[in-house]
Design a protein around this ligand. Structure first.
Ligand SMILES: [Zn+2]
Length: 63
């Protein structure tokens, strides 16, 4: 398991929250509803080959 807690901000309402992201399966692209405004936040995870650099970005569905 390669789980990391990250601080992100909802791209819709700006609500800051903690998200636990699982990098064990490499790059991922999924949606999670904002606890505040219920809009679907798109999470994009990127892991390099050595699993040393983990990147998380959040965006709106329409991006
Ligand atoms: Zn929100």
């Amino acid at each position: 398991m390669l789980v990391k807690q990250v601080d992100v901000q909802c791209p819709y309402c700006g609500h800051p929250f903690h998200a636990e992201v699982d990098f064990s399966n490499g790059d991922q692209d999924y949606y999670e509803d904002c606890a505040n405004c219920c809009n679907p936040i798109r999470f994009q995870l990127h892991v390099d080959e050595l699993q040393k650099h983990l990147q998380v970005s959040v965006s709106t569905d329409s991006d």
